[in-house]
Design a binder for this molecule. Structure first.
Ligand code: SF4
Ligand code: SF4
Length: 265
């Protein structure tokens, strides 16, 4: 088990597992309060966007347009989005105010993990391991000087990360899998667009499923169709299953035989 001292020197990222320990406490009286919400690079996960767009009462399209910047994720060639920062001197997060985060209950996964980083999204060498975390070791963060001890697994629970990780798990699996491919294995533009739509634009994916020929092309049982019509998370899980079939030929999505005209063989 690894223990990190409570005065943090500027060290290289340390590989952490669920039972490794660190000392950290963040609170509104600390002299660095909200400094971590400026000049940051936050990759948003699909569930982050679902939570935030609901909170702000926006469609996923509107949320993407107002609050995100598109990027290609390092070593994967996959399109992702980051939180678009304000155009002020410190490049603040649009949700930070003097007294803290205005979307705190629905803050993104990366904010919940901080000061830990998740290797599967912020690539470091050897990041394909399961449950690999590292310190986001920023000198302005004084939370390491506080005397509260955590195991990584306790921190995750305290910050409500588990539900985010659970819902994003299969999506993260696609990212990690694509990263393990040789660099010359490229996805088509169409595949990347589909990845983006399922990952980030759940409203558009719903429209695609229910207004295109999608349901004619695949054998989807009625119960599933009813479920994904009503439940965004079920729709997202369904989309990820489809993506895995589309990108890696994994799973059991069946393309129906095209319907034949009467009298033709
Ligand atoms: S910089 Fe660190 S201690 Fe300060 S508010 Fe942010 S997370 Fe908390
Ligand atoms: S979403 Fe909230 S916690 Fe995350 S960077 Fe913005 S203000 Fe800080």
């Amino acid at each position: 088990m690894m223990e990190i001292p409570n005065s943090m020197p500027n060290i290289e990222p340390v590989k952490f597992g669920p039972d490794d320990q660190f000392k950290f406490k963040c609170h509104s009286k600390i002299d660095c309060f909200t400094k971590c919400c400026k000049g940051i690079n936050i990759i948003l996960t699909p569930y982050d966007i679902i939570r935030l767009k609901r909170r702000l009462n926006l469609s996923s399209n509107e949320f993407l347009a107002i609050y995100t910047t598109p990027q290609l994720l390092e070593k994967t060639d996959l399109p992702v989005v980051t939180l678009k920062l304000m155009n002020d001197e410190l490049q603040s997060c649009p949700f930070v105010r003097e007294d803290g985060c205005i979307v705190y209950e629905d803050r993104p996964t990366t904010c919940r993990y901080y000061p830990l980083g998740v290797a599967s999204l912020s690539h470091k060498e050897g990041a394909d391991d399961n449950e690999f975390y590292f310190f986001v070791n920023e000198p302005h963060c004084h939370g390491f000087k506080e005397n509260r001890e955590w195991k990584v697994r306790e921190w995750r629970k305290d910050q409500g990360v588990d539900i985010h990780d659970e819902i994003n798990a299969e999506w993260t699996d696609i990212v990690v899998k694509k990263r393990s491919f040789p660099a010359n294995v490229k996805l088509t533009e169409q595949s990347k667009n589909m990845f983006f739509m399922v990952s980030y634009n759940i409203d558009k994916f719903k429209e695609f499923v229910f207004t295109s020929s999608f349901l004619d092309r695949y054998n989807i049982d009625e119960k599933t169709v009813a479920k994904i019509k009503e439940d965004e998370i079920a729709l997202f899980n369904f989309g990820i299953k489809w993506l895995k079939w589309l990108l890696f030929k994994e799973g059991d999505f069946i393309i129906q035989e095209p319907k034949k005209e009467p009298g033709k063989k």
